[in-house]
Every structure is written in C-alpha cells, then in structure tokens.
Ligand binder design. Sequence first.
Ligand SMILES: *Cc1c(COP(=O)(O)O)cnc(C)c1O
Length: 458
Amino acid sequence: MPLWKTSASESPDIYATARAVEGLAKEHIPETGMSPEEAYNLVRDELYLDGNARQNLATFCTTWVEDEVHKLMADCIDKNMIDKDEYPQTAEIEARCVHIIASLWNSPEAEETIGCSTTGSSEAAMLGGLALKWAWRDRRKKEGKPYDKPNMVCGPVQVCWHKFAKYFDVELRQIPLSEGSLHMRPEQLKDYVDENTICVVPTLGVTFTGVYEPVREVCEELDKIQAQTGLDIPVHVDAASGGFVAPFLHPELLWDFRLDRVKSINASGHKFGLAPLGVGWVIWRDKKELPSDLVFNVDYLGGNMPTFALNFSRPGGQIVIQYYNFMRLGWVGYRDIQSACAENAQYLAEKLAGLPELDILYDGNGALPCVCYRLKHPEKAHYSLYDLSERVRMSGWQIASYPLPADMHDTVVQRIMVRHGVSHDAVDQLFLDIRKALNYLDKNNIKWSEAGPSFSHG
Ligand SMILES: *Cc1c(COP(=O)(O)O)cnc(C)c1O
C-alpha cells in the first residue's frame, strides 16, 4: 500500500483524504461516515458534472433567484406544508397566495375562491382533472346514464395530461396539428366532444412551441355546441407558464375566469411565477366546482384541516417564496421581468430569422417569452437540429430539439426559453454560438447523428 494512502485519512486537505482518493460509495451505505465538511465538498463536487442551469434554455423553470430567496428557503427548511395546524402562518401564506392568484386570474370572488398549492402543474392538473371527472360522474349518475367512459379533449398537451388520462382512466382525445396551425382550432371541437367529455383543456403556453391556444374562441365554440346539442362542457385551462405571463403582458386577452365556462386553472409557481422548484397552483372558479367528496379532513395532527392533494408531506419554502415574490416585486416588478424576457426573446428571434438555415415558427410575440423554429430545408440538410443541439452544448447551452405532436410528427423543432436571468448579452453570445455551430455543420460533412430528443418538457 503506498504511504500516501494511509496518511491520507488524516490529511487536513479534503482532496487528500482517503475518501477523496478512493471515491465515494456508490452501491451501499459506507460502514463509517465522514465530517460534514468533507461530505459537503465531495457531494457538491458531483453537481459540477451537471449542466449549468443558467445555460439550460430547454427548461421553463426558475434557474435564478436573489440572495434573500436562498436565506428564506433555508429559514423554511423545516416547514411541512401538510402540518397546517403546527405551522399556521405558512398555511395562512398559502391561503393568501391562492387569493392573490385568483384575483390575478380575475376570479369573480377572489376572496371566496377555493384552491391550493401543489408540487407543480402536474399535480395541479391531476386535481383539476379529478374534480371535473367527479362532477361529470355525479351529473351522469343523477341523470341515470352510464358513467364508465369519460374522455377529455385537448390540443398538443404536456405529458402530465397523458398521465392524468392513464392513471385516472380517462380517454385522451388529442386534436391533431396541421401545417399552418400549431394549436387546436375551435371549429374542430365538434368532432371530438360528446356526452362523456368531462372537459376541454386548452393550454396557455403550449410546451412544444410557446403559443397560446385560443381559450376565448374555444369557449365560444362550446357555447355554440351547447346551443345546438345541449351539451354543457366545462373548460380547464392549463396555464402552467402563461398563467404568470398573460396577466402582465397580455392583460386584454380573455383566457381566465372572465370566461364563465372556465371552471379551473393550473399554473406552475416555479416557472414564470419565479418561485424555486416545487410549487404549482390550482384554483377553482368557485367552491361548488370542487366536489366535497374529494376533500379529506385530516385530523390526526391535532386540528381538523380539509385537504385536497396527492401528496402528504411537502416542503413549505417554495410557497413562502411565492408570497415573497408577490410582495417584493409587486405587479410592476412582475410585468418588468416578463417584458424584459419577451423583449430578449423577440430580439433573439429577429437575429435567428436572419440565418438562412432557419424558419421561425414562433417569434416571442404575443405569448410566452421564447422562440421556436425548424430547419428551412430539412430534406436538403445533411444534419438535423439534434446535431445543432449537440454542437451548441459544447459551449454549455442546452437547447431542446424534438418532433411536434401528430399530425406534424415529421417536423423537428427547436425551442429556446428566455427566462428571468437571461440577459441581452447572454442572448448575443448564444446567437454567436448558434451561428458558429451552423457554419461548422454547413462546412463539414457531418452525417446525421444518432442523436434524438433528449430532454423533458418541463
Ligand atoms: C411544465 C408544464 C406542465 C407540467 O408542470 P410541472 O410544474 O413541471 O409539473 C404542464 N403543462 C404545461 C403546459 C407545462 O408547460
């Protein structure tokens, strides 16, 4: 055994200790532990191998927060959101957020509305979907009609709705895309809805492209369908990203509780809500839209609290930060951040539009602050957008490439999210790196790589 190895265990330097030299255990818990300082450094070092989150422009989620947020998160490390009796002030802060968001979404009775925080939009979507399934089933039971074949109708939805449909036994009827239409067109609805439709789900900020689905037009079409057939079909809006963008950038757009048919809305606090990872919101138009049968009264923790959630224990910090953000930024602060993102996205789109290789599908105007494009002549190019993603990754940028949903499955697109913390100068540098990568791919006879889509729509 070399001498240095035995002495290393007593070394005052972290990188010369036995653990650092031998490596951390990978498959079992080690017999003995180590000092917190040593463990902290060695485990933290693993994180260097992850991509740099600030350069991850595939994600919709928060990757930059101010120092006070770190402090407040640390202050909240022991807050369990489910223990509403033990941490009543955290529960109070959650309730305030529900009312603030309800009023942001123009709820007719923002102080009375019912809603809750969740781990993200996925859980929020499940809760929204479940409430609609229960309400539909109750209606069908009362009418003495069968209630075993529920369906939901949507455009290009995020994967959480595929999960909802599978986990809770609902048929998902996804209206296909077509060239020239990147979202559901209201006039298509009549071919998809029937008496078993629990809801129609338009998305405010489609994950694939960043565009808004036309919620108002969808509601108007459903009014027409009701007049003709008697079917009264409710709408749930998946506003995972748009719920915290539209109120500030597009206040005139009708997509929220100003439309009577909109019964519930979900959004991700950890996307354009600017909170750290782990918070979503679902809000119902009014109390009667949430079947009481779904609400559990949990009383073994001392008090009696009604809850509607899939999880039990859950951290409270993200929710406290959501409230901190509302107080810290105010309406004007949110508007300024979202408009800075939109401006930078539009600036990037203009620059990319000048590249002969690319065809811009969405330029950051009118919906989410992002850019979506495809190759202008994919049939002539000897490389794909997957190769471009790989190439810009060499400069640290992570840019999502993926095929659009059916019937546009042959179209591969790239999407760049411009979030809080992506500066004008970062956009300039990104553009130079994309141009350099395209030049390289143009000049070198790189074969189509085996690379495929390699990211999640989150
Ligand atoms: C991100 C996203 C979701 C899932 O949200 P999470 O907060 O990641 O669970 C659902 N729908 C849409 C439209 C999204 O963009």
